[in-house]
Design a protein around this ligand. Structure first.
Ligand code: SIN
Length: 293
């Protein structure tokens, strides 16, 4: 297995491993460490079916079944289908998540996610240019760069994160097929508190864990002060120096650290420019410090 970091400060390419086979304990430990270190790991030229996507994802933690899970692989509710494609009757066959903006998956949940794992089957292109990239920002670096005065202000502070902020924003987008959340769905995902700074479970280093997709306000802080602080943090973390853009190829398996990065799916492709991706969400349910030691 060969791991080659790219030169963006985020992201690495992992070759010489067939993800259809279970990774050895040593390889798994190396991968886990690399996930913490590089944030985004791309395994090119893989060819996995839904059960194999689920099996690899499960090595990293329990897999989530989304409360609003609209599309999944047959027999695998944990393997979501992300796609803009339609069946012969013109019905969508996957969730089209393009244009959702920057966020950190599951920060709205008490139990947070360690990682996302996606496997690209169809990638849109126009005039030879790859479309539908996924972008990432490095939240280890964003925290490290904060002025000491801001670090002191956020020390011990928590922000309230709410699933419905993001869902309701997405529903406003033209062409959205998302319905309003049902009272049951809302009850399953009440607003939660998250530390603004948290220690990353693999690296042991602090990360900025506060994203504009779900963070609403800082608890126990005057609303104007909270708005100004969140605005500062959102602008700080949006700087280009933290950015890495992954341009997909068919066969890529991409696993990203959902604690140490934020992400954004670029909405630059049109209906008929097909994108089809299998996705699992890995919850942070294991003792990663011990596994990575
Ligand atoms: C995701 O947020 O898990 C999906 C990102 C993408 O579709 O590029």
């Amino acid at each position: 297995m060969k791991i080659t970091p790219n030169n963006a400060g985020l992201g690495a390419r992992v070759e010489g491993i067939d993800l259809r086979e279970p990774a050895s304990p040593e390889d798994f430990r190396t991968l886990l460490r690399a996930l913490g270190e590089y944030g985004v790991l791309c395994f090119p030229k893989q060819d996995l079916e839904a059960p194999q996507v689920a099996a690899f994802g499960k090595r990293f933690g329990d897999l989530e079944v989304n409360v609003a899970n609209l599309f999944h692989a047959p027999g695998h509710p944990e393997v979501m289908i992300l796609s803009n494609m339609k069946d012969e009757a013109g019905k969508p066959i996957g969730l089209n998540d393009a244009g959702q903006g920057w966020h950190t998956d599951m920060s709205y949940s008490k139990e947070i996610a360690l990682a996302n794992m996606l496997h690209a089957k169809r990638v849109p292109r126009r005039d030879g240019k790859v479309l539908g990239a996924t972008q990432f920002r490095n939240m280890h670096a964003a925290f490290a760069d904060l002025p000491a005065e801001v670090k002191a202000r956020i020390e011990g502070r928590v922000a309230i994160h709410d699933f419905s902020k993001f869902w309701d924003m997405m529903r406003q987008r033209p062409g959205s097929i998302r319905g309003p959340l049902t009272p049951e769905q809302r009850a399953k995902k009440p607003p939660v508190e998250q530390p603004i700074m948290r220690i990353h479970p693999i690296t042991g280093r602090p990360v900025l864990y506060c994203n504009c997709g779900y963070a609403m306000h800082v608890k126990d802080m005057d609303r104007a002060e909270s708005d100004a602080l969140l605005d500062y943090l959102f602008r700080h973390q949006a700087q280009d120096k933290y950015l890495y853009t992954h341009e997909w190829s068919e066969g890529d398996v991409l696993i990203w650290d959902n604690i140490g990065t934020m992400h954004n799916a670029v909405a630059d492709y049109l209906p008929g420019e097909d994108r089809y991706i299998l996705r699992v969400q890995v919850m942070a349910t294991l003792d990663y410090a011990a596994l990575a030691a």
